[in-house]
Ligand binder design. Structure first.
Ligand SMILES: Nc1ncnc2c1ncn2[C@@H]1O[C@H](COP(=O)(O)OP(=O)(O)OP(=O)(O)O)[C@@H](O)[C@H]1O
Ligand SMILES: CCCCCCCCCCCCC/C=C/[C@@H](O)[C@H](CO)NC(=O)CCCCC
Ligand SMILES: [Ca+2]
Length: 564
């Protein structure tokens, strides 16, 4: 025995044999966690089999599938490969696996083809590998796919057919595909038609707006099935059981970029295939006792609300509409007056710490139990009753922008994001207040979103980590008794009255963008629901150095390595 590696010797081999790889003879072995091989040859003097190359290996959790090859006479024969070697090994199988590239966290599908002496051995290898893969119960078998044909540069259908469908087929994953025919088609289908029991996950081919449809479809369906009243701002929402995969085909693709670390269809498809799971916080947004929308990325008032409002007029420009609207909004340099009240998140770090949310993030590991949450709610209520809002902070001011990000909102435009230290699944959002400042100062602040400099390091910017917040635009006329009472929750909504100038509450104020949609009200109340939804993703991985070898040791967590 040549000894593939010490680690492998410690584990029971499921199968090992001599096979041919290219023009070399290799010893190949499979255990429950790894497939490894090493070049071998016959020692001329002793006639013993000796190894002559380093062990190469692929963790089983990175393998997509093993398939039989249909070989013609010429295939598999390299120039150096003597005809004899090939003739002695006429059967072959290919193992497809996840290959990490050196470039920007992109994953690709790698193939390695082994030739065998006989058909029985070839089939045995395929069976052993695929049997082990079938033990990974986190991998989906059946998916429901929604494609927005008009998202981003209108390439959704092509991207799916050319890049994603072939990989799903290779991994033996079935997919029912719906190409949407109108806005909200996917949302409505999920709410009232889809038979969700048939699927292990939902795939969204499109941008953040399309993802938002699917998010709404799944959350609304889940709450309806569990008879949860969505209109009550304090309802405890039930987490969705199906995971969502995002194949980026939009303009910003911020949710994909922030959860996968790349905006790339093949990378996303591979995260779906290996069955990754990334929980994600969701904000619920209410106006008085009426549910408005859910948000996972940016709730933005003022600057971003205006950018989005303006960009909607130029949808035909595709992704460039945001640049045009961004410049116009920046030049208009508006500010808005209002009161923001928020409940700070305790013991959850700060938005300016340097603890970035990365794959396996410690801050996102802890999911508070129902008991914890009930206790927190009780103490919030008691504090409110006791002294009219203890724990809540209230800030009145003139703001150029108010942004709430429950994740970093990293995207190709801003690789560290609007809130670089926000966490995907810690049950909090980072609330960024940009007060009225000079044009030049605001430009400096914006510019820092694209560099390594700290965009919060300005006297006119403050940032808080929060569980809940309310916003009340400046009230026309004298402040109401509720507002003066200091009870932030009541004052958020009690003080709203029609503006005499317009006769309409909301008009004349700024607007909120909620993951790219414009909200119909400026006075809103927001709660973060920790880990309400899960994606086929694993968060952004630390960049790794490749160390030679066919597939570098991936960051498979022990959970991934052990078949369940
Ligand atoms: N068939 C369709 N026809 C018209 N609109 C659609 C259709 N399907 C989905 N939509 C809507 O298109 C909007 C934009 O889609 P999407 O998010 O995919 O692209 P985007 O806006 O270019 O990207 P991003 O949201 O990342 O900026 C979504 O709000 C969605 O509701
Ligand atoms: C002087 C240079 C200034 C550069 C400033 C760059 C700052 C970029 C921060 C981008 C944050 C995007 C957050 C994502 C929000 C999405 O839910 C939403 C829907 O797709 N997209 C936008 O709001 C689109 C937002 C587009 C903003 C331009
Ligand atoms: Ca969060």
């Amino acid at each position: 025995m040549t000894g593939l590696s010490e680690d492998m010797e410690k584990q029971a081999r499921l199968l090992s044999s001599q096979l041919v790889l290219g023009d070399r003879l290799v010893e190949v072995a499979a255990t429950r966690t790894v497939l490894a091989w090493k070049g071998i040859k016959k020692d001329k003097k002793s006639s013993e089999i000796i190894s002559f190359s380093k062990t190469e290996h692929v963790p089983l959790c990175d393998i997509i599938a093993a398939h039989k090859n249909h070989i013609n006479a010429e295939s598999g024969r390299s120039q150096k490969n003597p005809k004899r070697l090939h003739q002695m090994h006429p059967h072959a199988f290919t193992v497809s696996y996840v290959r990490r590239t050196r470039r920007r966290r992109r994953w690709r599908c790698g193939d390695v083809t082994f030739h065998c002496t006989n058909q029985g051995l070839c089939e045995q290898w395929i069976q052993v590998i695929n049997e082990q893969l079938s033990l990974f119960t986190n991998r989906p078998r059946s998916l429901l796919v929604y494609i927005n044909p008009y998202g981003g540069k209108r390439r959704g259908e092509r991207v799916y057919e050319q890049k994603v469908a072939p990989l799903l087929r290779r991994a033996c994953i079935s997919a029912d595909v719906i190409v949407t025919e109108r806005a909200n088609h996917a949302r409505d289908h999920l709410i009232s038609q889809a038979n969700l029991n048939e699927y292990d996950g939902v795939v969204c081919v499109g941008g953040d707006g399309m993802f938002s449809e699917i998010l709404h479809g799944l959350i609304i369906r889940t709450q309806t099935d569990h008879r949860v009243d969505r209109d009550r701002p304090d309802s405890e929402l039930v987490p969705c059981s199906l995971r969502v995969g995002i194949i980026p085909a939009g303009s910003t693709d911020c949710i994909c970029f922030s959860t996968v670390g790349a905006s790339d269809a093949v990378t996303s498809a591979l995260h779906i295939i290996v069955g990754d799971s990334q929980p994600m916080d969701v904000c619920s947004v209410h106006h008085r006792d009426r549910f408005l929308r859910y948000s996972v990325s940016l709730l933005g008032y003022g600057f971003y609300g205006d950018v989005l409002t303006d960009s909607e007029r130029n949808r035909r420009l595709g992704p460039a509409r945001y640049d045009l609207a961004g410049v116009k909004t920046f030049l208009s340099h508006k500010h808005y007056e209002g009161t923001i009240s928020f409940l700070p998140a305790e013991n959850k770090g700060t938005p300016r710490d340097k603890l970035r949310c990365r794959s396996g993030c410690g801050a996102c590991q802890h999911k508070s139990s129902l008991k914890d949450r009930k206790q927190r709610e009780m103490s919030e209520k008691t504090n409110l009753d006791k002294d009219g809002g203890h724990g809540w902070r209230v800030i009145h001011g003139k703001f150029i922008a108010i942004n709430a990000a429950s994740m970093s909102c990293a995207c190709p435009r801003s690789p560290k994001g609007l809130a670089p230290s926000a966490h995907l699944a810690d049950g909090t959002a980072d609330l960024i207040l940009v007060r009225r400042c000079s044009h030049l100062d605001f430009f400096r602040h914006l510019l820092r979103h694209t560099t390594k400099d700290d965009q919060f390091d300005h006297s006119f910017v403050e940032v808080h980590r929060v569980r809940k917040f309310c916003f009340q635009p400046r009230v026309c006329g004298p402040a109401s008794a509720d507002h003066r009472s200091g009870d932030p929750v009541t004052s958020c909504f009690g003080a709203t009255r029609p503006c005499p100038a317009t006769g309409n509450q909301g008009n004349g104020h700024g607007r909120w963008t909620c993951d790219g949609e414009i909200l119909p009200h400026a006075a809103i109340r927001v709660s973060v629901h920790g880990q309400l939804i899960r994606l086929f993703a694993r968060g952004i991985e630390e960049e790794q150095r490749q160390q030679g070898g066919r597939a570098p040791e991936g960051p498979c967590s022990p959970r991934d390595l052990e078949p369940s």
